[in-house]
Design a protein around this ligand. Structure first.
Ligand code: HEC
Ligand code: HEC
Length: 199
């Protein structure tokens, strides 16, 4: 047996082993599909695809329903997630939300300390002069999220930046966030998302 074959066999069995853990057959099958973009454990490689690991279950559930009902309608939501979500029953949506919320989070990336410090200040204090409230007041002191307030810690910064832009331009409807991001400049967005990815 060649070592290459062994390596493939081993990684396949690890992959299936990870899936088999506590997941029934229809869920496993769906997870293989989700995993091609989001990573089988919800930790994605490409920053186009958000990490789902350790995300709040009620938030995941709400977003999957928003894709299914086509109310989350920014271009990438339409291109990537509308078709996916249209196939999911409410029961499957709950199972997926539960599964991903229980996966260990992606490790934070530490770089650009000056920008991180600036972003941390904005996240914790907001900017009173621009009417921007502290992000931490909803997303939690460590950006861990709560219920339908999403976890932002460790999320890919290009994904977060894109969301702030589509929420600001109201391409993505997120009523609670619109007032918050209205006066946020692109530089401020870059600082806060760099901080969030570092967590
Ligand atoms: C072809 C790639 C692809 C596949 C397959 C895919 N997704 Fe996505 N998913 C995306 C992209 C891209 C986004 C970001 C959309 C945006 O920018 O609005 C996304 C966003 C999401 C979000 C919102 C995350 C957040 O932080 O708001 C959830 C939840 C989600 N996907 C769950 C799933 C589940 C569950 C499956 C499997 C049924 C799945 N996705 C399959 C590409 C994919
Ligand atoms: C009043 C509460 C509140 C405050 C303050 C708030 N957020 Fe949010 N945020 C939310 C809610 C609720 C959502 C989910 C919206 C939805 O359901 O689509 C959200 C979503 C987001 C998302 C999209 C996450 C994803 O995975 O797609 C980002 C990014 C974000 N907020 C960043 C921020 C930043 C940065 C600040 C501070 C400048 C901030 N938020 C302040 C409530 C808040």
């Amino acid at each position: 047996m060649s070592s290459r074959f062994l390596a493939v066999a081993l990684s396949t069995s690890l992959y299936l082993g990870a899936l088999a853990h506590g997941a029934d057959a229809p869920l496993q099958k769906t997870l293989v599909t989700c995993g091609t973009c989001h990573g089988i454990n919800g930790r994605s490689v490409s920053p186009t695809f958000p990490n789902l690991a350790a995300q709040q279950a009620p938030y995941i559930e709400l977003q999957l329903k928003a894709f299914k009902e086509q109310t989350r309608a920014d271009p990438d939501a339409q291109a990537y997630m509308w078709g996916m979500a249209s196939q999911l029953s409410d029961g499957m949506i709950s199972q997926l939300a539960d599964y991903f919320s229980k996966q260990p989070p992606a490790p934070g990336k530490l770089e650009k300390p000056a920008l991180i410090a600036q972003g941390k200040r904005l996240f914790e204090e907001g900017v009173a002069a621009q009417g921007i409230p502290p992000c931490a007041s909803c997303h939690g002191a460590h950006a861990e999220g709560m219920a339908t307030f999403p976890r932002l810690a460790g999320q890919h910064s290009p994904y977060l930046l894109k969301q702030l832009l589509v929420i600001q331009s109201v391409l993505r409807t997120a009523p609670v966030m619109h007032g918050v991001v209205k006066n946020l400049t692109k530089d401020q967005m870059q600082a806060v998302v760099t901080y969030l990815e570092s967590l």
